[in-house]
Design a binder for this molecule. Structure first.
Ligand SMILES: [Zn+2]
Length: 115
């Protein structure tokens, strides 16, 4: 049983390019021309831009917070043990699921922590 499965699938694996995943019979020819292509995922583009905005915002605030995302500090200390991206996942939706949220572009800059 195993031997039969191995023989049936071994050829496929040997002929599959480990780099591009395509058949080696196709991508293994040096004379073949390949034309660069581009696909765009606007959801991924929006998510990446939001992540970059969030990183920049966190850098402005100091980078470390107290868990409320309201009080920030430039250095990690007992009161600000969390990095801006600890436990944070930036993602996108086709719908504005939290129109009242202002954690990113609409957020007023939090007051700097008093010493
Ligand atoms: Zn290949």
């Amino acid at each position: 049983m195993y031997r039969r499965y191995y023989l049936e699938h071994h050829d496929d694996n040997v002929q599959q390019c480990r780099e591009c995943g395509g058949p080696i019979a196709t991508c293994g020819h040096a004379e073949r021309l390949w034309f660069p292509q581009r696909t765009v995922c606007y959801a991924t583009m929006a998510r990446a831009a939001a992540q970059r905005d969030y990183d920049a915002l966190a850098e402005t605030y100091g980078g470390w917070h107290d868990g409320t995302f309201e009080n920030w500090a430039k250095e990690r200390d007992e009161a600000h043990p969390f990095a801006h991206d600890d436990g944070v996942t930036i993602w996108v939706s086709e719908h504005d699921l939290t129109p009242e949220a202002n954690w990113l572009s609409r957020a007023p800059a939090p007051k700097p922590e008093e010493d």
